[in-house]
Design a protein around this ligand. Structure first.
Ligand SMILES: [Zn+2]
Length: 145
């Protein structure tokens, strides 16, 4: 099994919140500060395979975490992103939803750039463990308030 998101040891340091069925991770290649992911614990490849109650749980969690990320990063907006299939740029075959808190002017005057950056994420630097730890503790602090 080569799926990174099924390898708990590998993603453990990125996790900042968990529920029975989902994990919230800080992205190791954030395109913006606060760029996080929500993934199901079990290996689900396609958005189209989720059942009604799973979708409900997931989107309630998305809403909760987006609020926390917006507070943590002083945001006034957010983007959500799902890439499904090679044609859409999916790089890890385990469903994940991108959560990006946004601020006015955060993408050098081109607010749509976040999407291009998701596609070329090979060129983005990988965050150090220190940077991930620092961001996770900021988010956790906000979660506990
Ligand atoms: Zn997986």
């Amino acid at each position: 099994m080569k799926c990174v998101f099924c390898n708990f040891e590998k993603i453990m340091n990125q996790i900042f919140f968990e529920t029975e069925n989902y994990c919230c991770l800080y992205n190791i290649k954030p395109v913006l500060p606060g760029h996080s992911l929500i993934i199901p614990r079990k290996h689900v490849e396609s958005f189209l395979d989720f059942k009604e109650d799973e979708l409900k749980e997931m989107f309630l969690l998305v809403q909760k975490i987006v609020k926390v990320l917006m507070k943590t990063y002083g945001s006034n907006g957010f983007n959500l992103g799902i890439q499904e299939g090679e044609s859409a740029g999916q790089s890890i075959q385990h469903f994940h939803i991108h959560l990006l808190p946004r601020r006015t002017g955060d993408m050098e005057g081109d607010p749509s750039k976040w999407f291009t950056r998701l596609f070329d994420n090979k060129n983005l630097p990988i965050f150090s463990e220190e940077d991930i730890k620092r961001n996770i503790s900021m988010i956790k602090k906000q979660l506990s308030d």
